[in-house]
Design a protein around this ligand. Structure first.
Ligand SMILES: [Fe+2]
Length: 262
C-alpha cells in the first residue's frame, strides 16, 4: 500500500493571512497534485495534515476541493491553525466521516491501516492543544487492538524538532499525556504532522513522527538554541510516500517535485 503525505498548502482566493505564502501557490499545488495523481504505481490514499487553506473561507475550500479533484483515491484531511473548522467540515463532509462534537476527528480503516484524525487546533491560536476530551478520545481509540499500522494525523507536532521558534508554537498542551498514551499502544504507530514548514522525521515515546513540508514557504534549518524566527529559504520541495508492505514493514520516500524558483 502506498500513502502520500502532504501538508500546509495555504491556498487562498483573496488575501493570504500570511505574507510569506508564495503568490503562485495555487499553480504550485496543482503541479504537486498532478505529480501525486500520475505517480506509478498509483498511491492508494493521500493524507493532508492541516493548513490546507490560508484564511478558511468557503471560497478557499471550494478552491481546495477543485485543486484536489484530479486525485482518484481516498483523501484524509485534518485542519491546521489557518483553517476554519465549520467551513472545513462543510467542505469535506461528503468524504470524511467526522464524528459528532466540536472537533474534526474520525477513524478510518484503510486496507488494515488504521487512520486516526486528531484535531490539535485551538481557536484563534497558532499553538496546538490537546484538551482532556481529545486525549480521552485518542486513548480510547488506541486501546482498541489493531493488527496493522496506526497513523495518527495531527497538525501540530507533539515533539521537539530543535527549531525552537516553531517548537514554541507546536503542541504546547497535552503532549506529555499523549506521549504516555502512544507509548502504551501495541503495534506500529506513526504520527504524521505539518505546521513546521520543513520536512523532518523523528522518534518520540517509541513512535515515529513524520512532518511534511509546505509548498507555500519553507524555513531554514536553524538548530541554534535561540527563539529567533527562522528565515525563509528556497530549497527543493518533496512530499512523502509511505510504502507499507504485507509483512507490516514501512519505508518512507521523499518524492521531489520541481517548483519554480526552488
Ligand atoms: Fe502552515
Amino acid at each position: 500500500m502506498l500513502i502520500a503525505h502532504l501538508s500546509d498548502f495555504h491556498l487562498y482566493t483573496r488575501t493570504p493571512e500570511s505574507s510569506l505564502v508564495r503568490a503562485d501557490i495555487v499553480d504550485v499545488v496543482r503541479r504537486i497534485i498532478a505529480d501525486v495523481s500520475e505517480f506509478r504505481p498509483a498511491v492508494d490514499a493521500v493524507v493532508l495534515t492541516g493548513d490546507l487553506t490560508d484564511g478558511g473561507t468557503h471560497q478557499d475550500y471550494a478552491l481546495l476541493r477543485e485543486v484536489l479533484s484530479p486525485l482518484a483515491v481516498p483523501i484524509f484531511a485534518i485542519p491546521g491553525n489557518h483553517d476554519e473548522r465549520e467551513a472545513f467540515r462543510r467542505a469535506f463532509d461528503d468524504i470524511l466521516p467526522f464524528e459528532d462534537g466540536a472537533f474534526l476527528q474520525y477513524e478510518v480503516n484503510l486496507g488494515g491501516v488504521r487512520i486516526l484524525a486528531l484535531d490539535t487546533v485551538q481557536d484563534r491560536s497558532v499553538k496546538g492543544v490537546l484538551c482532556g476530551w481529545r486525549l480521552d478520545w485518542i486513548e480510547q481509540k488506541l486501546a482498541q487492538p489493531c493488527r496493522g499500522q496506526t497513523m495518527i494525523l495531527m497538525h501540530h507536532p507533539p515533539h521537539r524538532s530543535g527549531i525552537r521558534f516553531l517548537d514554541n508554537i507546536a503542541l504546547v498542551e497535552g503532549s506529555e499525556r499523549l506521549g504516555s498514551i502512544v507509548a502504551r499502544c501495541p503495534g506500529q504507530v506513526l504520527i504524521l504532522c505539518g505546521h513546521i514548514h520543513r520536512p523532518s522525521q523523528g522518534f518520540w515515546n517509541g513512535v515515529f513522527v513524520g512532518i511534511a513540508g509546505s509548498p507555500a514557504f519553507k524555513i531554514e534549518l536553524d538548530l541554534h538554541p535561540h527563539d529567533d524566527e527562522p528565515a525563509v529559504v528556497d530549497e527543493p520541495y518533496a512530499y512523502f510516500i509511505h510504502r507499507i508492505d504485507e509483512l507490516g514493514g514501512c519505508s518512507i520516500h521523499p518524492r521531489y517535485v520541481r517548483i519554480p524558483g526552488w
